[in-house]
Write a protein that binds this ligand. Structure first.
Ligand SMILES: NC(=O)C1=CN([C@@H]2O[C@H](COP(=O)(O)OP(=O)(O)OC[C@H]3O[C@@H](n4cnc5c(N)ncnc54)[C@H](OP(=O)(O)O)[C@@H]3O)[C@@H](O)[C@H]2O)C=CC1
Ligand SMILES: CC(C)(CO)C(=O)C(=O)O
Length: 318
């Protein structure tokens, strides 16, 4: 039986934007936090986070070799979806039957990502609704409007809630997690690839042809979501577009940021997951399939990655 969190130590696997944000907030509340980072990378011994209330620096422990960690009662996984193997190498060492693992990621495959090292009843899928931007390996800026984390109203979710509440980011616990996850996936399956492919911020959705493309893709994603049990009425398409339209002028997406930085793109767990689930249900998703092919091609071409930053800068200057 898991105890309440008290000031238990927490291991954070994947010290990127989301990982640093959660680590900083938990360490700020007195939890000893161990960051588990990419092997061979230089240690981070303190994390500075900023938000609308100001800036704060907290001390953390650093590990970059899975062999050097021990069991933890609380683990947060915040790698990108395509870094599942990396996360699993850590989980093999960090998790036993007393551990609860919060998987703070986009997508719908949180439990699959940590299998087989973590049984279902020890996994807390958490949808990330705050925005975290990493400015350096030890600096993160947090922006949010509304609850920052959405979790399911089940045994693991209820057990993790006191810990997640301590982040101060706001936790919404929902009875229908499937619908919540597919609503978020509708945004990510469309906003992320279309901004990354065009090298444009969310203003690209005001272009009528891109908007039509987005509407078609969203209708396909919603149909797959419904087949998966999500409650997505026809208005969900317009709701998602309205949400994207309401983003601040300079908003982009994590996939655009990754493209500009020359990093791998997180497409397989987002649009890729939609296309895979469509096939499972024998549903046609031709436009999503076509856009997936383009974004996958972009990801495998180092030359397009290197060129993206210049293209973006030129467009912004015009
Ligand atoms: N950032 C945001 O505002 C939001 C993010 N999300 C979702 O949250 C998830 C995390 O995103 P985000 O934090 O932005 O991603 P990042 O790319 O910033 O972070 C991923 C981290 O995983 C680390 N990593 C890679 N390999 C290993 C390894 N072998 N061992 C340990 N760590 C490793 C990376 O290391 P390195 O730094 O060395 O590359 C990086 O620090 C994604 O699913 C994303 O879609 C959802 C909503 C908003
Ligand atoms: C919602 C959105 C598009 C913006 O933060 C996102 O989740 C992402 O960039 O991955």
């Amino acid at each position: 039986m898991l105890s309440t969190p008290g000031r238990d130590p927490v291991a954070v696997v994947g010290p990127g934007a989301v990982g640093l944000a959660l680590a900083a907030r938990l360490a700020g509340q007195g939890h000893p936090v161990t960051l588990c980072g990419r092997p061979g990378t230089a240690p981070v011994s303190a994390v500075t986070s900023s938000d609308e209330h100001g800036m704060r620096t907290v001390d953390v422990e650093w590990r970059s070799e899975p062999a050097r960690v021990h069991l933890f009662r609380w683990v947060v996984v915040a790698t990108k979806l395509h870094q599942g193997d990396a996360a699993r190498a850590w989980l093999e060492r960090l998790v036993d039957s007393d551990t609860l693992v919060v998987v703070a990621q986009n997508g719908i495959e949180h439990r699959e990502l940590v299998a087989p090292h973590v049984p279902r009843h020890q996994v807390v899928p958490a949808l990330v609704h705050f925005n975290a931007e990493r400015h350096d390996r030890d600096r993160v800026e947090i922006r949010q409007d509304g609850p920052g984390l959405v979790i399911g109203d089940d045994g693991p979710g209820r057990r993790a809630r006191p810990l997640l509440d301590r982040t101060g980011l706001g936790v919404r616990i929902v009875t229908d997690f499937t619908t919540a996850a597919w609503r978020k996936l509708m945004v990510n399956a469309v906003a992320n690839p279309l901004t990354a492919l065009t090298c444009r911020r969310v203003e690209v959705f005001a272009d009528p042809s891109v908007r039509n493309l987005a509407v078609t893709m969203l209708a396909e994603v919603a149909a797959v979501g419904r087949a998966e049990g999500a409650r997505l009425p026809a208005e969900a398409v317009e709701d998602v577009l309205a949400w994207i339209d309401a983003r601040p002028a300079g908003a982009g997406s994590s996939m655009l940021a990754d493209r500009l930085a020359g990093r791998r793109l997180e497409y397989d767990g987002l649009l890729g997951a939609v296309v895979r689930r469509a096939r499972t249900h024998a549903l046609a998703a031709p436009v999503c399939t076509a856009v997936l092919a383009l974004v996958a091609a972009l990801d495998t071409a180092p030359s397009t990655r290197a060129a993206a930053h210049d293209t973006f800068k030129n467009q912004e200057q015009q």
